[in-house]
Write a protein that binds this ligand. Structure first.
Ligand code: COA
Length: 140
């Protein structure tokens, strides 16, 4: 049975394992992942099977108008069971926002099109001072 709930400290190591499985190295350190997923304005919902976290959705919101989807994913063996759709619905319902913006990774378009939506051009920018160092634009 899949249980949907808010992220709690007790889930953290299992969340990190899922992030590793999904090749998201930015979330491989538990303390860093915890800070990111519980930052002000964050709403994080997880799906778990027993003690194992199998899916998550994290968004950032002003609580009134805007919400931005930061991270969604589900274990590869549990895809197409409606798990992430439910996580996104639950996180958005808790946000109080009017809409949810996101940047879609290649291959995820059909998932996002399963919601009522409109399509815009998306960008991910790295607005740093020029240091001469190359900027990695494909890090996850
Ligand atoms: C994209 C992802 C989050 C979808 O999660 P999911 O739980 O499998 O999706 P759901 O079962 O909730 O799908 C809901 C609907 O979206 C559509 N959909 C989802 N995945 C799809 C796919 N691979 N192909 C076609 N349609 C898809 C379908 O309409 C589906 O409904 P249906 O199964 O009744 O037809 C999942 O594939 C994943 O974790 N991918 C790796 C991480 C990733 O790409 N994250 C997105 C970064 S932007």
């Amino acid at each position: 049975m899949i249980v949907y709930e808010e992220l709690r400290e007790v889930h953290l190591l299992s969340v990190v394992e899922l992030c590793k499985r999904l090749s998201w190295p930015s979330y491989s350190d538990p303390m860093r992942a915890s800070r990111a997923l519980s930052a002000p304005g964050s709403i994080t919902r997880i799906a778990r099977s027993g003690a194992t976290v199998v899916g998550l959705a994290h968004l950032l919101t002003d609580g009134v108008i805007q919400a931005h989807l930061s991270l969604i994913g589900v274990h590869p063996e549990l895809r197409r069971q409606g798990i992430v759709q439910q996580l996104v619905r639950l996180a958005f319902a808790a946000s109080g926002a009017q809409w949810l913006d996101l940047v879609a990774e290649e291959g995820s378009e059909r998932f996002y099109r399963s919601f009522a939506h409109s399509e815009r051009v998306g960008f991910r920018v790295y607005p740093r001072e020029w240091s001469g160092e190359p900027v990695s634009t494909d890090a996850f």
